[in-house]
Design a protein around this ligand. Structure first.
Ligand SMILES: [Zn+2]
Length: 117
């Protein structure tokens, strides 16, 4: 399960960060993920809860924020956000080129911040 390994990774990163700062209780984790990162937020929340049970991180709130997809036109360099579900074939609003665009944002998955003490 994809989300399970993501949750496992998050747990490791957060634990290291907390240990480094002498923190023992985790309150909130803010995660940002791209629309193209194939993350199902509900599944990630469930997975995170599962991996944190009986750890110092148990009971922490996972906040998830989606990052929209931004494409850069392969022809004119114009940056735009395509409509949902039309990510691979979407005409550039400026010149009409409809494929070969570079994905600028939308594939990210990272921890924006953690709140712990
Ligand atoms: Zn264009």
């Amino acid at each position: 399960m994809h989300e399970m390994s993501i949750a496992q990774n998050l747990l490791e990163i957060i634990s290291q960060e907390m240990a480094k700062n002498g923190m023992t209780t985790l309150h909130t984790v803010k995660i940002k993920y791209g629309r193209m990162a194939s993350v199902v937020p509900e599944a990630l929340e469930t997975a995170f809860m599962a991996v944190t049970i009986k750890t110092d991180l148990e009971g922490a709130v996972l906040e998830l924020e989606e990052i929209p997809v931004t494409l850069e036109c392969s022809d004119c360099g114009h940056e735009f956000t395509p409509d949902e579900d039309e990510i691979l074939l979407h005409p550039c609003p400026q010149c009409g080129q409809d494929f070969g665009h570079t994905v600028k944002t939308g594939r990210e998955l990272y921890i924006e911040y953690i709140e712990a003490e």
